[in-house]
Design a protein around this ligand. Structure first.
Ligand code: ZN
Ligand code: ZN
Length: 136
């Protein structure tokens, strides 16, 4: 069994590998992530930069500056979100769980920006819940 998770966009032009030595999985319930990803909330895998590698299709990645701190990288062909970089979280690449090819083994440990959570979204019993971002 490999420790590496593979990921790809919907059209398959961009592929990446994520070595989950150091990672955390969380759900973000903020309004911006709803807009960026289209779901009621967004599940992310935060992984150390050195454990994340674009395998193919790097030239197809487009960047959108979401805020002065956050950049979103996505496939310019199919629009799939591939990863985010946040200047507040230096050294981390933040990958939407849905971009992984086999995400079943990864489960969120935390919910952030719960103050913006839609009321019908349930929270897991075994996750920590934070009204805003993770406490530093
Ligand atoms: Zn694509
Ligand atoms: Zn968010």
């Amino acid at each position: 069994m490999s420790d590496t998770f593979s990921g790809s966009c919907a059209c398959g032009k961009v592929t990446f590998a994520l070595n989950p030595q150091k990672y955390s999985v969380l759900n973000c319930h903020c309004h911006t992530c709803r807009k960026l990803n289209g779901g009621a909330f967004s599940t992310y895998v935060a992984v150390a930069d050195e454990a994340f590698e674009i395998d193919r299709g790097g030239a197809e990645l487009a960047r959108y500056a979401v805020t002065e701190n956050v950049d979103k990288f996505f496939c310019r062909i199919c629009g799939t979100p591939m990863y985010n970089k946040n200047k507040k979280y230096q050294g981390l690449t933040i990958v939407p769980l849905g971009a992984l090819d086999h995400p079943e083994g990864l489960k969120p440990a935390a919910n952030i920006f719960c103050e913006s959570k839609l009321s019908w979204v349930p929270l897991q019993d075994d996750a920590t819940n934070h009204p805003q971002g993770l406490p530093s």
